[in-house]
Design a protein around this ligand. Sequence first.
Ligand SMILES: NC(=O)c1ccc[n+]([C@@H]2O[C@H](COP(=O)([O-])OP(=O)(O)OC[C@H]3O[C@@H](n4cnc5c(N)ncnc54)[C@H](OP(=O)(O)O)[C@@H]3O)[C@@H](O)[C@H]2O)c1
Length: 281
Amino acid sequence: MILVTGASGQLGRLVIDSLLEKTAASNIVAAVRSPEKVADLAEKGVQVHQADYTDQDSLVAAMQGVEKVLLISSSEVGQRTAQHNNIINAAKQAGVSLIAYTSILKADTSPLILAEEHVATEKLLAESGVPHVLLRNGWYSENYTMSVATALEYGVVGCAGDGKLATASRADFAAAAAAVLVNDGQAGKVYELAGDNAFTLSEYAAAISKVTGKTVAYQNVPEAEFTKILVGAGLPEGFAAILADSEAGASKGGLFSESKDLSTLIGRPTTPIEDSIKAAL
Ligand SMILES: NC(=O)c1ccc[n+]([C@@H]2O[C@H](COP(=O)([O-])OP(=O)(O)OC[C@H]3O[C@@H](n4cnc5c(N)ncnc54)[C@H](OP(=O)(O)O)[C@@H]3O)[C@@H](O)[C@H]2O)c1
């Protein structure tokens, strides 16, 4: 039995799609805080359990009879270490034999503020005594392609400088997680998951130009100005600052890696950014 937390999220759903290609639906447990969001999965035969990252008892109940847990990091930035601690403790209590955790690329050396909660979670895992495997996910290509329409109108704006971004699609990261969950011998492994074809944001703008036929330029701005632009676009100030910090981190190589762990795990090249742009359009 394999349990996926955050199964109602974008990555969680793709992991379950990928698992359904590899194992019977009855072997999969979707742990979600709102079961009505995944009624379609229940119809396919996936077991659905209500469990909230803030409620350890609900997590223990969901994990009864479960062998492996995919802990998808919470989207509630700032609350994540405590929430992840609940999931790790629950797994220990339920006698789970493996936790796979979606961390961040090069967590131990990353300059990104976002890495802090991942480092703390990796430490909790190490202290827990529960066998675990780290899936250090790089940036999703969709972080950029979700706003390709805006880029077509105003150009690409950011503060990543000439930093290379080794992104891959969410579906690539999901396929890697599923591969790790269905293959034995994963305890103790650390996967640095990055896309095969890294690009700078100038190259990303050129890729949009190539795909659409409309010339799009990249404008690099200081981090503080980029934060203001994101706030102006409607993002909450704290989150805008974190995103700008991530791009500033990318300018120092924080979102780049030459690791081929991702394409090796999924048995094919990662999705090129041009394909993600086309999918978004
Ligand atoms: N690598 C990257 O580029 C990148 C980018 C963004 C995020 N991330 C990280 O990767 C994770 C997965 O990405 P995603 O795109 O799938 O994010 P997402 O679509 O926002 O999904 C987040 C999932 O976490 C669940 N969740 C949040 N708080 C919870 C709680 N208290 N109890 C139970 N479930 C809770 C959400 O449940 P609900 O459906 O009930 O809200 C949802 O299923 C994110 O949560 C974040 O940690 C990575």
